[in-house]
Design a protein around this ligand. Structure first.
Ligand SMILES: *[C@@H]1O[C@H](CO)[C@@H](O)[C@H](O)[C@H]1NC(C)=O
Ligand SMILES: *[C@@H]1O[C@H](CO)[C@@H](O)[C@H](O)[C@H]1NC(C)=O
Ligand SMILES: *[C@@H]1O[C@H](CO)[C@@H](O)[C@H](O)[C@H]1NC(C)=O
Ligand SMILES: *[C@@H]1O[C@H](CO)[C@@H](O)[C@H](O)[C@H]1NC(C)=O
Length: 564
């Protein structure tokens, strides 16, 4: 089994290498849209097979004839005969692009496939184009005990912005004690659907929504990912011994989060996608959960061939979050368009014991669930290392971690069981510190108190900054002292403090940004004081009474960065 997997994998890798070396010889060579699968890329631009290899298509033949270089003649030619030049289709309409330069525009369409794909002009030319997607295979769903329920958004207007996150809560069947064992996407508008995450909700959620709503910040009581779909996937089929508990003794409500990618920013798109969930009363031996690992701090400089980031869920972290061993049945790498390679390895006592994922040919459009012939065990005290490799040669600005397709991510999702052995499933990092260590409350830093602006210990600190400081860098003498007091709180020192100040920049509400801009307003003056090693004895007057009512919620939001 393993040998066969390796064989296929190596074969794919060998084929892939062929066209990869040519991708950078044409403008936008690694981001040419697929003519009949919206949201997909055609990776082997010069080939009839979208993954590369085999016969060449009309553009591939012209590229070959041009000596495998991007010449002005090749650029002005219309290889596929659809009325658009190769340059127009690839985002170099003026034929000025040179290797390693950033093209004028994004690739608009495919230079080797006549488009629109099924127009009268093109149909006869496109007989070789493969448009079918792979069928979903999961034998278990055909078993007579397996029931299904389909949850879908009502027809909803898609906002005319590139990236939108919408959420809607649904009630699950509660007439029994079930396990969910498979999911299948129901994609209505494939021009905008980018991914779906299905979150299990906590006990506090007792009612379903009737319409979806915007949820960019993702603050809610539904935090456990139990299902996922992304462009290119056709469904999920659980390992035979495992299911996600739903119904009377499991999740009663789920939140379905959509990421719509409205690339053309059209205002007339609707969508009513969703998922079919398959569930059974004949429960399997184990309940499953999804562990999240990876790096939440990314700062990828532009124009780089190879940018690497690593993160570690440490031995201390796994000791903290696991109270017994868990088995991994499946893993899933996740980066965005700059992502090229991702690896997740398991270490025990400093030595590598297993490879969880190994994707040297990662592509965002081809998400792969990596399954194992034999489940991989993680013990408390093991270490999980994640390494992501990005290529930013097409970018002219720094890329940060974030939600948008134009931002980047580096996460691994591990499906683990039994759930009863995990206290938490969150083990991602921020820079070199794990979230577990950042959010572990200690004697001097209790997060619940720190995030509560009306708590008597905290109110004077928040109010001091709120009352005495002005945002945007006008440092007032009284503000300097208020900021020093706020920043000397144990939760605001060291890597934790650095994290909070960094994350404040991600909170997109005016009140929170204004507050943190006030905190920042005296940075230069405080730095100057430190340099001069002057000591100041500030005036400790507290201003009572007024507390920003929304502050608590905003601060909590700032700490609980949601990752997808
Ligand atoms: C759901 O189950 C019903 C029978 O209960 C079946 O007819 C139907 O095809 C199933 N739907 C899907 C999407 O599998
Ligand atoms: C979107 O939905 C609205 C309201 O249901 C409808 O009027 C409109 O025609 C729909 N647009 C498309 C493109 O289907
Ligand atoms: C992380 O790096 C900072 C400074 O770069 C250092 O002070 C800190 O001790 C490091 N933490 C860990 C857990 O390695
Ligand atoms: C915040 O602190 C106040 C005062 O101690 C307390 O009454 C309130 O319940 C706390 N709020 C939260 C959300 O913990």
């Amino acid at each position: 089994m393993l040998t066969r997997a390796c064989f296929c994998f190596c074969l794919l890798f060998a084929v892939t290498l062929g066209f990869k070396s040519f991708q950078h010889k044409i403008p936008n060579g690694d981001s040419v849209p697929h003519p009949c699968k919206p949201n997909y890329l055609w990776h082997g631009v010069g080939h009839e097979n979208e993954l590369g290899g085999g016969s060449r298509n009309p553009f591939g033949r012209d590229f070959d004839a041009a000596g495998k270089t991007w010449t002005v003649e090749l650029c002005r030619k219309d290889s596929d005969g659809d009325g658009r030049t190769n340059g127009e289709e690839l985002g170099d309409p003026n034929c000025i692009w040179r290797e390693n330069a950033i093209p004028d525009k994004n690739a608009f369409s495919h230079p080797g496939v006549c488009e629109p794909y099924d127009s009268d002009l093109c149909r006869s030319k496109n007989t070789w184009v493969q448009c079918q997607k792979e069928e979903f295979k999961c034998d278990a769903i055909d078993s007579p005990d397996v029931k299904n329920v389909t949850i879908r958004y009502p027809v909803t207007s898609v906002p005319s912005q590139e990236t939108t996150y919408f959420c809607m809560t649904f009630e699950l069947p509660q007439d029994g004690d079930y396990q969910m064992i498979a999911t299948k996407p129901v994609i209505d508008n494939e021009y905008v659907m980018h991914h779906i995450l299905l979150y299990g909700c906590g006990e506090s959620v007792t009612k379903a929504d009737t319409v979806p709503s915007s949820c960019g910040m993702g603050l809610s009581d539904c935090q456990t990912v139990i299902g996922a779909w992304a462009v290119g996937a056709n469904g999920e089929c659980s390992h035979k011994d495992v299911g996600f508990r739903i119904g009377q003794n499991g999740f009663k409500y789920v939140m379905m989060q959509f990421h719509w990618n409205n690339y053309e920013r059209r205002s007339d798109y609707n969508d009513s996608s969703g998922m079919t969930l398959y569930y059974t009363p004949n429960r399997r031996p184990n309940d499953a959960g999804i562990m999240i690992i990876g790096q939440t701090f990314l700062e990828i400089p532009p124009r780089k061939e190879h940018v690497e980031t690593t993160s570690v869920c440490t031995a201390d972290d796994t000791r903290m979050i696991l109270q017994g061993p868990v088995y991994v049945t499946r893993a899933f790498n996740h980066m965005h368009y700059l992502g090229r390679e991702q690896y997740i390895d398991l270490y025990r006592n400093g030595a590598k014991v297993a490879t969880l994922t190994n994707e040297p040919d990662y592509s965002y459009d081809r998400p792969r669930f990596i399954e194992y012939a034999e489940s991989i065990q993680i013990f408390p005290g093991d270490e999980i290392r994640t390494r992501c490799v990005f290529k930013s040669t097409t970018k002219s600005v720094t890329t940060f971690q974030g939600d948008a397709t134009s931002d980047e991510m580096c996460f691994g999702f591990l499906t683990v069981h039994p759930l009863s052995n995990a206290r938490s499933l969150q083990c991602s990092s921020w820079k070199n510190a794990s979230m577990v260590s950042l959010f572990q409350s200690s004697d001097d830093c209790d997060w619940r108190v720190f995030g509560n602006a009306s708590h008597p210990d905290m109110a004077p600190l928040y109010q001091g900054v709120y009352m005495h400081c002005r945002p945007l860098g006008q440092c007032l003498e009284e503000c300097k002292e208020a900021v020093k007091r706020f920043r000397s709180h144990p939760c605001m020192t060291g890597t934790r403090g650095e994290y909070i100040m960094w994350n404040a920049g991600n909170v997109r509400t005016f009140e929170a940004l204004s507050f943190y801009s006030k905190v920042r307003s005296c940075d230069l003056e405080i730095l100057r004081e430190q340099l001069l090693t002057q000591t100041t004895n500030g005036d400790d007057t507290n201003v009572g009474a007024r507390v920003l009512p929304k502050l608590s919620a905003l601060l909590v939001a700032a700490f609980l960065a949601l990752f997808l």
